[in-house]
Write a new protein. Structure first.
Length: 301
């Protein structure tokens, strides 16, 4: 299987930056941003090459959902199998592209069920040189939050990059099922900034966020957004906080009730910090993560 991609080749073959979007079929800002990058990057202005994949998971995009009809989450299926299900085959093709690159950017959003405070993240790689490159890329990208997390999480595009010692970052920008013009603009600017930072593209880095919040958190599971503050039961979720709000440990993040409203169960914050991710799709299943808190005790600037 070969993913639909566009490669812009400059005066030499290396370095090679891979930029992907649409790992999930309901995340639209990355798709729009990468199509714009295809139009804006000129081969005559780059040293090396850039490969751009606007929609990695086309079967999921065709359904307008996070996953293809085999139900597998592509971001938990890497490195995949060339002879597997549709998602496994896509994962294998994506993994091959990652291994062939020198640097990698994977663009995401919260999809139709979550919203995410704009951030750029990376795994806290054990190789100092890889980690240093990831920190440079994240700073250059220019979003207001930089989040380094547990490097041991497997099944992801970034875990393939980790194992291949390819410096890699990902980005998140809102979500909720629309396509934010501000998010598309931020992603185009961020990718161009990284290209300039890496010396692939000529130009000046655009102004980045002033004094970004930086959190590096190696605790097991840090960075796994779907398991934080799980819903205690299925039902109707009503948030009691807003994205970006500071909350104290023990504060009510929201409630889940049954269809009548006779049973109402609160979900409380496990620690103090900023609401980084919030579940906005009102129907939840038991165990669905409804919020991620960026811990205040690990923040720096």
């Amino acid at each position: 299987m070969q993913l639909k991609q566009h490669t812009i080749a400059g005066r030499q073959a290396r370095p090679h930056l891979l930029i992907t979007g649409g790992v999930h079929g309901d995340e639209f800002e990355p798709m729009a941003a990468i199509r714009r990058l295809i139009r804006e990057i000129s081969a005559g202005n780059i040293r090396g090459q850039v490969t751009l994949v606007p929609v990695v998971n086309e079967p999921a995009f065709e359904r307008g959902q996070r996953t293809a009809d085999d139900g597998l989450d592509l971001a938990r299926t890497c490195p995949g199998r060339a002879d597997g299900t549709m998602t496994e085959r896509i994962a294998a093709a994506l993994s091959a592209l990652i291994r062939d690159s020198d640097y990698y950017i994977d663009l995401h959003t919260g999809g139709t069920r979550l919203v995410v405070q704009p951030l750029v993240g990376y795994g806290l790689h054990r190789n100092r040189d890889v980690l240093a490159a990831q920190r440079r890329m994240a700073r250059a990208f220019g979003l207001p939050i930089i989040w380094g997390t547990d490097p041991s999480l497997d099944g992801r595009s970034l875990s393939v990059a980790r194992d291949a010692n390819v410096p890699a970052i990902y980005a998140e920008y809102l979500g909720g099922g629309g396509c934010s013009a501000e998010g598309v603009k931020a992603y185009v600017s961020g990718c161009l900034n990284v290209l300039i930072e890496l010396g692939i593209l000529e130009g000046e880095i655009a102004a980045a966020a002033n004094n970004p919040i930086v959190v590096e958190d190696e605790r097991p599971g840090a960075g796994h957004m779907q398991v934080n503050h799980p819903a205690p039961c299925e039902g109707f979720f009503e948030p009691a906080v807003r994205l970006g709000q500071r909350v104290e440990s023990g504060a009510t993040l929201g409630t889940v009730c049954d269809v009548i409203g006779d049973t109402i169960m609160p979900i409380v914050a496990n620690y103090t910090g900023l609401v980084l991710v919030l579940h906005t799709f009102s129907r939840v299943n038991a165990g669905d993560g409804v919020a991620v808190i960026l811990p205040a005790d690990r923040m720096s600037v």
